[in-house]
Design a binder for this molecule. Structure first.
Ligand SMILES: [Zn+2]
Length: 73
């Protein structure tokens, strides 16, 4: 998907958490190694939010994350 701000291609991936580790962004097709985890690669929030995995698109340049989500009303 094209970034609506800068028009560059966004990276597909997942916003993930398991309730024990920090909330992270993981790019599709990329595995976070132990050293990535130690270095804090992909950390979005220091909080833990329970177990979840939300697909989305990320633009590194604009620091924007667009997530695919449906909110029940
Ligand atoms: Zn952008």
């Amino acid at each position: 998907m094209e970034c609506p701000y800068c028009k560059q291609e966004m990276k597909r991936g997942y916003l993930k958490g398991d309730g024990r580790q920090k909330v992270r962004w993981q790019e599709e097709g990329k595995k976070l190694s132990i050293s990535d985890k130690m270095a804090g690669t992909g950390v979005v929030a220091k909080a833990t939010w329970g177990t979840f995995k939300i697909p989305g698109e990320y633009c590194k340049k604009c620091r924007k994350l667009i997530i695919d989500i449906e909110i029940a009303e």
